[in-house]
Design a protein around this ligand. Structure first.
Ligand code: T4K
Length: 383
C-alpha cells in the first residue's frame, strides 16, 4: 500500500482512455434502420452516409472507409505500389512498420525530432537509397509532422508520402484538413480514438483516380461478378460500425471541449515543474484533435524516472501507458536491421524512455485529474 498518507488509491482503475459512447437510444434507432434495410455490409446506406459526412468533417476531397486502420494502411501502400524500402519512424505503434513488412517492404528507421517526437525531416535524405520508394510518417499524438520539409524531400527524389494519421482525427493546419497532406493519409477509428467505429479506419487522398483503385483493393479486387482484376483484401467497414460512427460524430465536438478542460487542468498542475513537459494542444495555427495527454519525464531534472512514476500511478489504480515504448526498432523482428542501431536513433531512444500517456477523456472528473497530477508530482518522494 502507498506510504503517502494524503493520497489514497482510486476505488476503480482509471484507464488511459475510455471510448466515447453515444446515447444508447440513438444506437437503437440506428439498429432499427439497419434491421429494416437488411443490409449489413458491402457499401450499404450507413457506409455511404458516413463517407460523405467524414469528407466534410475532415475537409478532404476523397475518403474510403475501412474495417480498421492497419488494413487501410496496408492498402495505402498497395495502391501506391510501394516496394523496396520505405523510410519511417521507430517511435510509433507496431502497426506502422508491420504494414510495411506485410507489403514485403523493408522499414528504414529514421530518428525523430526531440520536440514534436515525429520523424526528423532533416534526416530523411541521408537514408534514401536506390531502393527507396516512399516515406511513411506518423503525426504522433496528433502533432503534425513537418509536412513542408517532407514533401520537399519526396518531390526531389520522386518518393510517395503516406501519413499515418491514426492519432490526428480533426486536426487542421491553418484551416486545412491534416488528411490532405502527402499522397494518402490513414485515420484509425479504433474504440480508443476520439472518433471511432469500435474498429475502423479510413484513407484520405487528393487524387480522384485513387478512389477506384483503393475501393477495389479493399473488396478483393472484384470489379464485377465475372472480373477480379487485382489481388485485393477484405477491408470493408460494415453497417453497424458505420452507424456507430455516425452517432459518435455527432458528439465529438462536445467531447473535444471537455478534453480541453481536462488538458487545461493538467497544464495548470504540470506547468513550470522542473523535469516535466507535455505535448501541447495549442500549437500555433493548429487545431488540435485532443487525442492524448502525454507527459515527458526527464529523470535527472524531475528526480525519478518515467518507469518509477508509472509504477507509483499503478499503485494508486491509475493505469497510464508508455506510448511508445519500446521503439519498433527494438522489436525482435526489426532489431537486426542496420537502421535499427540505437546509436542512429538516439533521440527516439531518449524520448521512448520519457513518455507517459495519462488518463485523458471527457468524462474524467477534474478532481481526479488533480489527484492524478498530485501523485505524479509527489512520485519522486514516494518509494
Ligand atoms: N498507427 C498508429 C500510430 C496507431 O496508434 C494505431 C493504433 C494504428 C496505426 C493502427 O490502427 P488500428 O488498426 O488499431 O485502427 C490501442 C489501440 O488498440 C490502437 O488502435 C491504438 N493505435 C493504440 C495507440 O492504442 P492498446 O494496445 O494500447 O489498447 P488497449 O486495449 O490496451 O486499450 C487502452 C486502454 O483503453 C485500456 O487500458 C482501457 C481502455 N479501453 C480500451 C478498449 C479497447 C476501454 O476502456 N474500452 C475498450 O473497448 O492499443
Amino acid at each position: 500500500m502507498p506510504k503517502n498518507k494524503e493520497l489514497v488509491p482510486f476505488p476503480a482503475p482509471l484507464y488511459v482512455t475510455r471510448p466515447l459512447l453515444p446515447d444508447i437510444s440513438l444506437m437503437q434507432a440506428k439498429f432499427q434502420e439497419i434491421w429494416d434495410s437488411r443490409w449489413l455490409t458491402n457499401n450499404g446506406p450507413q457506409h455511404e452516409l458516413l463517407e460523405n459526412k467524414l469528407v466534410e468533417f475532415l475537409k478532404v476531397p476523397h475518403l474510403s472507409l475501412f474495417n480498421n486502420g492497419t488494413i487501410a494502411l496496408i492498402v495505402a501502400c498497395q495502391s501506391l505500389r510501394l516496394t523496396g524500402e520505405v523510410i519511417t519512424t521507430p517511435f510509433t505503434f507496431p502497426a506502422t512498420p508491420h504494414v510495411l513488412n506485410w507489403n514485403g517492404i523493408k522499414p528504414i528507421f529514421c530518428d525523430i525530432d526531440p520536440q514534436t517526437m515525429n520523424i526528423d525531416a532533416s534526416r530523411i535524405e541521408s537514408l534514401i537509397t536506390p531502393q527507396t520508394t516512399g516515406i511513411l510518417a506518423v503525426h504522433v499524438f496528433g502533432s503534425p509532422c513537418d509536412t513542408v520539409k517532407i514533401q520537399d524531400v519526396a518531390d526531389r527524389y520522386g518518393l510517395r508520402v503516406i501519413y499515418d494519421a491514426a492519432h490526428a482525427f480533426g486536426v487542421e493546419i491553418d484551416g486545412r484538413g491534416i488528411g490532405t497532406f502527402g499522397d494518402i493519409s490513414m485515420f484509425s477509428f479504433h474504440a480508443t480514438k476520439l472518433f471511432h467505429t469500435a474498429e475502423g479506419g479510413a484513407l484520405t487522398y487528393n487524387i480522384k483516380e485513387l478512389k477506384a483503385r483503393i475501393d477495389l483493393l479493399k473488396n478483393f479486387g472484384i470489379k464485377n461478378e465475372e472480373e477480379v482484376i487485382m489481388p485485393g483484401i477484405n477491408g470493408k467497414m460494415n453497417e453497424i460500425q458505420a452507424a456507430l460512427g455516425l452517432a459518435v460524430l455527432g458528439i465529438i465536438d462536445e467531447e473535444r471541449n471537455k478534453r480541453k478542460t481536462v488538458y487545461d487542468c493538467y497544464r495548470k498542475y504540470f506547468n513550470g515543474i522542473k523535469g516535466l513537459t507535455f505535448i501541447s494542444h495549442e500549437l500555433p495555427g493548429v487545431k488540435s484533435g485532443m487525442q492524448y495527454f502525454v507527459l515527458r519525464i526527464n529523470k535527472e531534472e524531475f528526480g525519478c524516472s518515467r518507469d518509477h512514476v508509472y509504477e507509483i500511478l499503478k499503485r494508486y489504480n491509475v493505469i497510464p501507458r508508455k506510448y511508445f515504448y519500446p521503439l519498433c526498432s527494438d522489436y525482435p523482428c526489426y532489431r537486426s536491421l542496420p537502421s535499427s542501431l540505437p546509436s542512429s536513433l538516439q533521440v527516439a531512444q531518449k524520448v521512448a524512455s520519457e513518455v507517459l500517456a495519462l488518463p485523458f477523456y471527457g468524462e474524467l472528473a477534474l478532481e481526479d485529474v488533480v489527484r492524478i497530477s498530485e501523485i505524479v508530482i509527489k512520485s519522486p518522494n514516494i518509494s
